[in-house]
Design a protein around this ligand. Structure first.
Ligand SMILES: [Zn+2]
Length: 453
C-alpha cells in the first residue's frame, strides 16, 4: 500500500511538469479548397503513417439507405487509378507496408503505414480519393455479396456486435446511431451504384476532409506535395450534418434482452442517455469523464472495489462515457459480468446506492486526483506510437472536439470539483432514465421477451 502511494506521488509530480507541453504537438495548415493537414513529426524510425479522414459516417445516411458509407469504403480502393499507379502498388505491397480502411458512425478513414521514401507517390495516390474515382457496375454487384456475407458473419459469430445492434435500435428513438454501421440487410440489398456515386460526390470533398501524417518526414516537403497533388481539387458544396436528435424526455424503456448461442458469460449493461454536452455544457462532460474513471478505478470506495472485491458479485465491471470517440455525446454506461450466483437486482441496487452516496457526500480530493490520473494514463499511453497518436487525434477531431480542446484537457480536468460531480449525478443519472440491456446464452440467435434477470 505504502509503495503504491509513493509511486502515485512520483507520477503526479511528473504529470504536472508535463502540463506545459501540449499532449499532441501538430503543425497544421489548410489548402485553399479547405483540405486540412495535421503533421505530427516523430523521427524515431523512417516510417510514416498517412491517413485521410472524411467527415461522414453511418450516422449521416438517410433512412432506407443505411450501409452506404461502409459500401463506399469497400469500393474505394478498387476505384482508384490503379493503372498509372500499378508500380506504386507493387512496391507498396512488397515493402511490408500496412493498409486499411475504417467506417464508424461519425467518420470514414483510410490509412497506410510505409517507409518514408514512398511518401510522395503515396500522396499522389491518396489524392485520387477526392477526384475521378472509377466505379463500375460489376464490381458494385460482386461487392454487395461480400458485404452481405460480412453482415451475416458478424451476427452469427459476434454476440457483442449482435447485442449492440439490437440494443441501439431500441435505445435511440430517432437518432441515426440506432442503425448498425454496416447497414440493415434490406437496405444493403436495395442500394444502387448511383447511390454510391451521389454519396461520394456529396461527402468526399476536400473541404469535408482532413489528413493526418505521423512519423518521420519533412513538413516543408509535405506542404509542397500537398499543394501539388491536392491543391487543384475544386471546393465541394458545403454539407450540413443534419442528424435528428433524441428527445430529452422519453418514456421508460423496458430491458432489452438478447440471446445468442456463442455467449460465454452473461453480461448486463445499464445505459443513461445524455444531452449534447460537448457544445452546451463542456464542464459537465468533463465531470462525467472523471466520474466514470472514479467508479471503475481499483481503489477503496470505488464501485469496482465494492462489486468485484467486497461483494464478489461481478467478475468484471466498467463504466464509460464515449465522449471522445463519438460525435454526438449520447450516454453514460455501466457494464458488468455477474458471477454465477449473483442477482442483477442486488448489483443494480449497489450501483444506484453508490451514485446516491456520491451525489450527497461528494468525492474526496485524493479520489479526484486518482481519477484524473486514469484519464492521463490512457491518453499518454496512446501518444507513444505514431499510429495510435494519429488515430486519437483523428477520432477527437471527428467527434467535434478541437486539437486545442484536447491539449487543454489536463488543465481543464484540474478545474473539475467534487461539486461538479455531485451536480452531474443529480442532473443526468437518475435511475428511472436508464435502459438495461442483457446478453445471455440462448439456443439460437434472437431477442427474448423475458424480463431481465
Ligand atoms: Zn467491410
Amino acid at each position: 500500500m505504502l509503495k503504491k502511494l509513493f509511486l502515485a506521488v512520483i507520477f503526479l509530480a511528473t504529470l504536472s511538469q508535463t502540463h506545459a507541453e501540449p499532449l499532441i504537438k501538430a503543425e497544421t495548415f489548410t489548402l485553399k479548397n479547405g483540405l486540412q493537414f495535421f503533421l505530427l513529426v516523430n523521427k524515431r524510425a523512417p516510417i510514416v503513417f498517412y491517413s485521410t479522414w472524411f467527415k461522414v459516417g453511418s450516422a449521416d445516411e438517410v433512412p432506407g439507405k443505411t450501409g452506404l458509407a461502409h459500401y463506399l469504403e469497400h469500393l474505394m480502393e478498387t476505384g482508384l487509378p490503379e493503372v498509372q499507379m500499378g508500380q506504386f502498388l507493387e512496391d507498396f505491397q512488397s515493402s511490408g507496408s500496412h493498409s486499411n480502411a475504417i467506417t464508424t458512425r461519425d467518420h470514414t478513414y483510410y490509412y497506410k503505414t510505409m517507409m518514408t521514401d514512398h511518401l510522395e507517390l503515396l500522396m499522389r495516390y491518396e489524392a485520387g480519393r477526392m477526384r475521378g474515382v472509377a466505379f463500375n457496375q460489376t464490381k458494385f454487384d460482386t461487392e454487395k455479396n461480400v458485404i452481405l456475407e460480412e453482415r451475416l458473419m458478424r451476427t452469427e459469430t459476434n454476440p457483442d456486435e449482435y447485442f449492440n445492434e439490437k440494443f441501439n435500435n431500441v435505445f435511440f428513438s430517432v437518432h441515426p446511431y440506432k442503425n448498425p454501421i454496416i447497414g440493415w440487410e434490406k437496405d444493403i440489398r436495395g442500394l444502387t451504384l448511383d447511390d454510391v456515386k451521389a454519396f461520394h460526390k456529396k461527402w468526399y470533398q476536400p473541404n469535408n476532409a482532413y489528413i493526418i501524417v505521423s512519423g518521420d518526414f519533412d513538413p516543408a516537403q509535405v506542404k509542397i506535395w500537398a499543394e501539388k497533388y491536392y491543391g487543384d481539387l475544386p471546393v465541394g458544396e458545403k454539407v450540413q450534418r443534419q442528424r435528428p436528435q433524441e428527445p430529452l424526455k422519453k418514456a421508460k424503456v423496458a430491458p432489452v434482452v438478447v440471446e445468442h448461442p456463442k455467449v460465454a458469460q452473461l453480461s448486463i449493461s445499464e445505459i443513461y442517455p445524455l444531452p449534447d454536452l460537448k457544445k452546451s455544457n463542456y464542464q459537465d462532460m468533463l465531470a462525467l469523464i472523471l466520474l466514470a474513471e472514479f467508479l471503475e478505478g481499483d481503489f477503496q470506495g470505488s464501485l469496482y472495489e465494492v462489486l468485484v472485491h467486497q461483494k464478489k458479485w461481478v467478475s468484471s465491471f466498467a463504466s464509460s462515457s464515449a465522449f471522445f470517440s463519438e460525435r454526438d455525446p449520447w450516454s453514460f454506461a455501466f457494464y458488468v459480468k455477474p458471477t454465477p450466483d449473483a442477482k442483477w437486482e442486488d448489483i443494480e441496487a449497489a450501483i444506484h446506492q453508490k451514485l446516491k452516496q456520491i451525489a450527497q457526500k461528494g468525492v474526496k480530493q485524493d479520489d479526484l486526483k486518482r481519477a484524473r490520473h486514469y484519464v492521463y494514463n490512457e491518453l499518454v499511453m496512446s501518444l507513444d506510437d505514431i499510429y495510435q497518436k494519429a488515430i486519437l487525434l483523428g477520432d477527437v477531431l471527428s467527434s467535434d472536439v478541437t486539437l486545442d480542446q484536447l491539449n487543454a484537457l489536463p488543465t481543464d480536468l484540474e478545474k473539475v470539483t467534487s461539486k461538479d460531480i455531485q451536480r452531474v449525478i443529480k442532473t443526468y443519472l437518475q435511475p428511472e432514465k436508464a435502459v438495461v440491456g442483457v446478453l445471455k446464452k440462448g439456443q439460437s440467435v434472437g431477442a427474448s421477451k423475458e424480463k431481465a434477470q
